[in-house]
Design a protein around this ligand. Structure first.
Ligand SMILES: *Cc1c(COP(=O)(O)O)cnc(C)c1O
Length: 374
């Protein structure tokens, strides 16, 4: 089976992990600092705070934003459940907004319709790997006194008008290093921010709400520490960060490969008019976490999906609109009709294999099998 996404691990990655295993620090050590600094520099942010997963990054982001019971946070319906779950962890209410049918990115006009006096924040998702319309979203949020954050778990390496993620308007930006994402740490995530105080609060939340870490105490020889709020153990290990650092060195090649596959698919899809790639926003350089096509009306997506799986092509569907999951239906009374564009898209989308290890021959096989199935 050609998977839709997969990590690429080489001997340098393995050596980096072996090296850290022989060192003094398996967690909360220098590899964490080095990884944070390297990702932040790559993404054009002043600070990076690494956590145990992208989900932990989103949770930390919502905590530092001060989300609590009674607060509403607008999120897109077309995303992975974790975006909305992070709001629920704090007792807040996720409010689902619809997406632009051409890009499946958060639609600023629907966000505006969903704002209420209780709205505290908007979390935009860079679906498939291209930045949202942050100019429009930031103008709206500024005008209404609402915070703007990004779930950029799909978008490491993307830019908008030449600006990297860390230089875009969201005050905090969450990343994931799950193996299907651009770089892998096994499990892992990060929050990017330009604000030092925000970074400090994120670090405190990831370490039980304690305001100093083990190395700081070792340096001062002090046994005393203050737990000043309820936090979590959301730390990431040096083992993971050593892998992440090594992967980050390979990221430019990974991105170039993903972009080459996207160009090949786009070219091949010109000959398959019933499967259309999603639109690219002007000025956006796509990071291609996912390659998603929309099948023309009347095409049986399930039949195409099954035929491709039978051919060994690991197609997938991203995503079931979050408000249609049983938890959200039961807890908030949601159902079909809340976000019609996301719901319609869900019926016709198909994710094709896209990862840096995909060969030309495999990419050609994907297109042949798709054309045949259609
Ligand atoms: C992967 C992903 C997450 C969660 O990341 P984990 O590292 O798996 O916890 C959150 N949001 C989106 C959009 C994602 O794709």
């Amino acid at each position: 089976m050609i998977p839709y996404g997969r990590q690429s691990i080489d001997e340098d990655d393995i050596r980096a992990v072996a090296e850290v295993l022989r060192s003094d620090w398996l967690t909360t050590g220098p590899a964490v600092d080095a990884f944070e600094a390297a990702v932040a520099a790559f993404a054009g942010a002043a600070h990076g705070v690494a956590l145990s997963s992208g989900t932990a990054a989103l949770h930390a982001m919502m905590h530092v934003a001060g989300i609590g019971p009674g607060d509403e946070v607008v999120v897109p319906a077309m995303t992975f459940a974790a975006t909305a779950n992070a709001v629920c962890y704090l007792g807040g209410t996720p409010v689902f907004a619809d997406v632009d049918p051409r890009t499946l990115l958060l639609d600023p006009a629907d966000v505006e319709r969903k704002l209420t006096p209780r709205t505290k924040a908007v979390v935009a998702v860079d679906y498939a790997g291209q930045p949202c319309d942050y100019e429009a979203l930031a103008a709206l949020c500024r005008q209404r006194g609402v915070a703007l954050f990004a779930d950029a778990c799909h978008a490491l390496g993307a830019t908008q008008d030449g600006r990297p993620l860390g230089a875009l308007p969201p005050a905090m930006t969450a990343l994931s290093f799950h193996p299907v994402k651009h770089i892998a740490t096994g499990e892992g995530g990060m929050v990017l921010t330009s604000d030092e105080q925000t970074a400090r609060l994120l670090r405190r939340f990831r370490n039980h709400g304690i305001d100093t870490d083990a190395r700081q105490r070792e340096a001062t020889g002090a046994w005393h520490y203050n737990m000043v709020e309820l936090g979590f153990n959301y730390r990431i290990s040096d083992i993971q960060c050593a892998l992440g650092l090594s992967q980050l060195r390979r990221l430019p090649d990974f991105l170039a490969r993903r972009r080459a596959i996207a160009r090949f698919y786009a070219q091949a899809l010109r000959g398959i008019p019933v499967a259309e790639p999603l639109a690219q926003r002007p000025g956006a350089e796509h990071a291609w976490h996912l390659y998603v096509v929309r099948l023309a009306e009347g095409i049986d997506r399930r039949a195409v999906f099954t035929a491709l799986r039978e051919q060994g092509i690991g197609v997938n569907v991203h995503y079931i609109p979050v408000h249609l999951h049983p938890y959200y239906r039961e807890r908030f009374g949601h159902g079909p009709g809340l976000c019609p564009e996301a719901e319609a898209a869900y019926e016709s989308i198909l994710t094709l294999p896209m990862h840096q290890g995909l060969t030309d021959e495999q990419a050609a096989r994907v297109m042949e099998a798709l054309a045949h199935a259609l």
